[in-house]
Design a protein around this ligand. Structure first.
Ligand code: IMP
Length: 179
């Protein structure tokens, strides 16, 4: 069923069941790769809160969870170049294996900023796990982007943590904008 947020209509795109299945696959891969290492999963708020919650449940090894808060979109449909840092990482990641958990990679500006910032804190390794990736919108080459839930078309999406004007994050499924 379509949903309406403010003046826009969105149609179902990826069901929660499909997300959950893919999250199990990625979780298994990460658990295998990082067992014995106690990695740090760093989530980027607000968008990644649901994916982070579901992902770490599928990685049954000792690990830490931490969050940072950034905003680059400021609630609209189009990305902006300004990245605002609302709060910073509270965990020391020096010498640690870091898995950066993102909701969506669009132009990659936010990810570029984050990867550079985390690298400057001298982790042992850094990899990125993004639920969604819009390859046609990507403007950077970021080899750390190793784990992607779904590659999607360059369309605006909401649900499962993703918002339009801060609304829609609570929907279980992911919806795309109906033009
Ligand atoms: P980027 O810097 O252009 O890659 O944008 C990354 C951020 O913009 C994401 O973390 C989201 O907060 C937001 N964003 C990008 N595309 C969408 C979308 O389709 N729906 C909702 N938010 C989006």
């Amino acid at each position: 069923m379509n949903i309406r947020i403010e003046e826009l209509t969105f149609e179902p795109m990826i069901s929660y069941e499909t997300i959950a299945q893919r999250t199990i696959e990625i979780g298994n891969t990460l658990a295998e790769k990082y067992k014995g290492n106690t990695p740090v999963f760093v989530g980027v708020l607000n968008g990644s809160f649901m994916f982070m919650a579901d992902l770490v449940k599928q990685v049954p090894i000792p690990l830490h969870v931490a969050f940072m808060k950034l905003s680059s979109y400021h609630g609209g449909l189009a990305t902006t170049r300004t990245i605002t840092e609302d709060f910073n990482l509270k965990v020391d990641i020096q010498g640690r294996d870091v898995i950066l958990v993102e909701d969506i990679v669009d132009t990659g500006n936010t990810l570029r900023y984050l990867v550079d910032k985390l690298k400057s804190l001298n982790p042992a390794s850094i990899t990125v796990c993004a639920l969604l990736y819009k390859p046609d919108a990507m403007e950077h080459n970021i080899p750390e982007l190793e784990y992607v839930g779904f590659e999607i078309e360059n369309k605006f999406v909401v649900g499962y943590g993703l918002d339009y004007k801060e609304l829609g994050r609570n929907y279980k499924d992911i919806y795309q904008l109906v033009k």
